[in-house]
Write a protein of this length. Structure first.
Length: 194
């Protein structure tokens, strides 16, 4: 058997196994079953996690191209749009379009399309394994709580969540070096060098 990253089906089956239910072979036509509830819980946690914005689903200074009518319709998988430091205008999402708050219009000229920071929602199978794993663990914990109501039978604990999150955060640090007080402060650098 070839090993591959976690699929949505495997994550749902892991959730079912955690409450003692039989796994399913497909995620099609689930009806109102524990598998359907598990899938909904997984997708909720997946959206929640991706909304934060990570190295794999965030673009900085993303340039949008206006349509022929000058409007920029936001793609369905955009979770958030925030101001870009490269943009001189106040660009915000409004009614599924980008809005120029500085000029009070949703019309942009073709040569002056808006720029913004964008957080994207991606399919589960397109996420890195560290994100898939963390999403699965937090979804299992939530699903167990909702279905069993008692932590006596928990398969996953907060320690499992912390471990999965630490792996994801370590990966985030590799791809998204951010300034912090320990690296960027001259005063702290002087202390470290003593």
């Amino acid at each position: 058997m070839e090993l591959t990253p976690t699929t949505e089906l495997e994550a749902v089956n892991e959730m079912l196994k955690a409450i003692g239910e039989v796994p399913v072979n497909t995620l099609e036509d689930l009806g109102f079953t524990d598998a359907a509830v598990a899938q909904t819980t997984l997708r909720t946690k997946w959206r929640e996690l991706l909304t934060r914005g990570w190295y794999f689903n965030k673009d900085y200074d993303y340039s949008f191209t206006p349509a022929a009518d000058g409007r920029v319709v936001l793609p369905a998988n955009v979770l958030s749009v925030t101001p870009s430091t490269a943009e001189g205008r106040r660009i915000v999402p409004r009614n599924g379009l980008l809005w120029n708050g500085t000029d009070q219009t949703d019309i942009f000229t073709p040569d002056a399309g808006p720029t913004a920071n964008v957080v994207w929602l991606f399919d589960f199978e397109k996420l890195p394994e560290s994100a898939r794993r963390y999403i699965t663990v937090i979804a299992v914990t939530k699903f167990q709580t909702d279905q069993l109501g008692s932590d006596a039978n928990y398969k996953y604990t907060k320690d499992d969540e912390r471990f999965a999150l630490s792996i994801l955060l370590d990966e985030e640090r590799l791809y998204e070096p951010r300034g912090n007080m320990f690296n960027d402060s001259q005063d702290v650098q002087e202390v470290w060098q003593r």
